[in-house]
Design a protein around this ligand. Sequence first.
Ligand SMILES: Cc1cn([C@H]2C[C@H](O)[C@@H](COP(=O)(O)OP(=O)(O)O[C@H]3O[C@@H](C)C(=O)[C@@H](O)[C@H]3O)O2)c(=O)[nH]c1=O
Length: 188
Amino acid sequence: MPFEFIRTEIPEVIIVKPKVFNDKRGFFMETYKKSDFKKVGIDTDFVQDNHSKSVKGVLRGLHYQLEPKAQGKLVRCIKGKIFDVAIDIRKGSPTFGKWIGVELSEENKLMLWIPKGFAHGFLTLSEEAEIVYKVSGSEYSPEHDRCIRWNDPDINIKWPLDSEPILSEKDRSAPALREAEINFIYMG
Ligand SMILES: Cc1cn([C@H]2C[C@H](O)[C@@H](COP(=O)(O)OP(=O)(O)O[C@H]3O[C@@H](C)C(=O)[C@@H](O)[C@H]3O)O2)c(=O)[nH]c1=O
């Protein structure tokens, strides 16, 4: 199998390690294959691909789209290094409010699968970082787009930060999880 799938403490959040073929030209790797992802329960149709670039200290998040426009995301860092975070916001989930943080980089080539029902955010650790991510479930829908405050003490994400992060206006004024509108139900 060209991928190793590593379950995290929240089993639905999966680290994907691709098999990298290095040779004198450089490298080759598969970054998504429907049949292999389906075997571990990532059985979804991707509907949008995104690419963003950030400078060091930029924190984007914590973002999600409400049902019925919820999104799953397969995130990969193609330049530099980020700290990528998924937060369980499914009502009734045994891991509600819990977060998983994984370093994704150009070097380690890891990907993070973040299913529907999770908020997502990341901090840029290198001078510049570019991420690409596949989105499943629903295309971008600004009316359903929501965010939660990056430093909500109820979530208490241990961001590897040494100064204040650089935020968008929207992210700066985001509500705490306990005040945020969420409509995901944990299905077991
Ligand atoms: C997310 C998104 C944004 N946009 C536009 C809206 C806006 O003018 C501009 C920048 O949008 P934002 O500030 O929301 O971009 P950003 O803060 O990078 O938002 C992203 O953050 C990460 C953490 C995620 O998980 C993504 O799903 C997405 O929410 O791009 C689209 O056209 N399509 C999209 O899918």
